[in-house]
Design a protein around this ligand. Structure first.
Ligand SMILES: *Cc1c(COP(=O)(O)O)cnc(C)c1O
Length: 375
């Protein structure tokens, strides 16, 4: 197998792709993915056929897996989200799978339930609701992207006979807004709902809020039932990944024993990535909580710097508290393309991830200012 070689034209194609990816990675400021990682030490693992099929907490007949580290990763996030001992989870392919897992659980527990989610909710939720055929109602958002609590309360009040299943955004996609879970709990309490389910889509901010003082609570201690967090976003990974975590007693109710792999089929997919749990484990083990606190604070500082620089060149720019997403006026299509910005109607955003330094912001502002000077 050692002597397999690419034809020269194919080698050229591959080399060109690498060069292009390096260039594109040097102006990447619009999506919440941290490019500042180094997993070189783990490269030998890429030559193994690792597959984490099955439940990471149950042994299986497929032994070439990284369950031992996957469990530690899940445990880390369980602590981060105050799950105590009553949790179960696994490393997913990203935020979407974690959201799907949470809503799947909710549907199995409350087949007649209605899902409430705001206008600013990530597009994965609408897709998942279609796939799972769950009844749902979209709730208005406030201007800052946070769910409109009055609209939520009034809408649930009309449907008091059905279980509310609420998707709380812990960092919305466009504006980085946080739906306040304790406030939502207050509404459910006020309406005296006998049953409820809360899923937190914490794709990005699930790795930010735990490292900030006085951040809004979204963990299991605030009555959340399941949480999805991305691994390739704030932490960073060359392969998309994430964490799904839920209350164990709920998961037990839907687990099905599958004899073929000699494990429990608790996860959404069969074969599962065995490399990403190793990446995440490595990233978490090489950085203590103090390190993450510093990373988060640095992102806030750079975000504030970006806001003041944007304002300096005449832009409207702002961010939500606890968010590193900077919202500003829709720029030209050239800027959108070059800097890979996400845009929505008349706004665009940049997201300060740990790889975004002042120098990055300066380069971006220079491009933007130059445009403004053109006739
Ligand atoms: C990125 C994101 C998702 C989806 O995550 P993927 O890893 O792309 O599947 C879901 N919700 C929010 C708020 C996100 O930012």
């Amino acid at each position: 197998m050692k002597n397999l070689k690419l034809a020269p034209q194919d080698q050229k194609k591959l080399d060109q792709l690498f060069v292009n990816l390096k260039i594109e990675s040097s102006h990447f400021i619009g999506y919440p993915c941290n490019l500042g990682f180094d997993y070189t030490e783990l490269h030998p693992f890429l030559n193994l056929g690792i597959n984490n099929v099955g439940d990471p907490f149950v042994s299986s007949n497929y032994h070439v897996n990284s369950h031992v580290l996957e469990r530690e990763v899940v445990e880390y996030f369980a602590q981060l989200t105050h799950a105590k001992d009553n949790y179960w989870g696994y490393v997913t392919n990203g935020g979407t799978e974690g959201n799907m897992y949470g809503l799947y659980l909710a549907r199995e527990l409350h087949p007649q339930g209605v899902v409430y989610y705001s206008q600013d909710t990530h597009y994965s939720i609408a897709k998942i609701l279609r796939i799972l055929r769950m009844k749902n109602i979209m709730i208005r958002s406030q201007d800052n992207g946070e769910i409109d609590y009055e609209d939520l309360e009034e809408t649930i009040r009309i449907k008091r006979h059905v279980t509310p299943i609420i998707v709380a955004n812990i960092g919305t996609t466009m504006k980085g807004a946080i739906d306040n879970v304790p406030k939502i709990q207050g509404i459910l309490k006020k309406l005296a709902m006998p049953t409820q389910y809360i899923h937190c889509d914490a794709a990005l901010s699930g790795m930010i809020l735990p490292f900030v003082e006085d951040a809004p609570a979204f963990g299991f201690d605030s009555g959340t039932d399941s949480i999805a967090i991305s691994g390739h976003k704030f932490i960073g990974s060359p392969i998309p990944c994430g964490i799904a975590i839920a209350k164990k007693e709920n998961v037990d109710r839907i687990a099905r024993a599958i004899e073929y792999v000699g494990s429990l089929d608790t996860t959404l997919t069969g074969s599962r990535n065995g490399i990403t749990p190793i990446f995440l484990w490595y990233a978490l083990k090489t950085r203590g909580p103090e390190h993450f606190k510093l990373m988060v604070q640095q992102c806030f500082d750079i975000a504030d710097y970006a806001i003041s620089e944007l304002k300096r060149i005449g832009q409207t720019a702002w961010r939500n508290p606890f968010s590193t997403t900077v919202v500003f006026d829709y720029p030209s299509i050239d800027i959108i393309n070059k800097w890979q910005l996400a845009s929505y109607q008349d706004i665009a955003h940049l997201i300060v991830m740990p790889h975004v330094t002042k120098e990055w912001v300066n380069r971006f502002i220079a491009d933007l200012a130059q445009e403004g000077n053109q006739p």
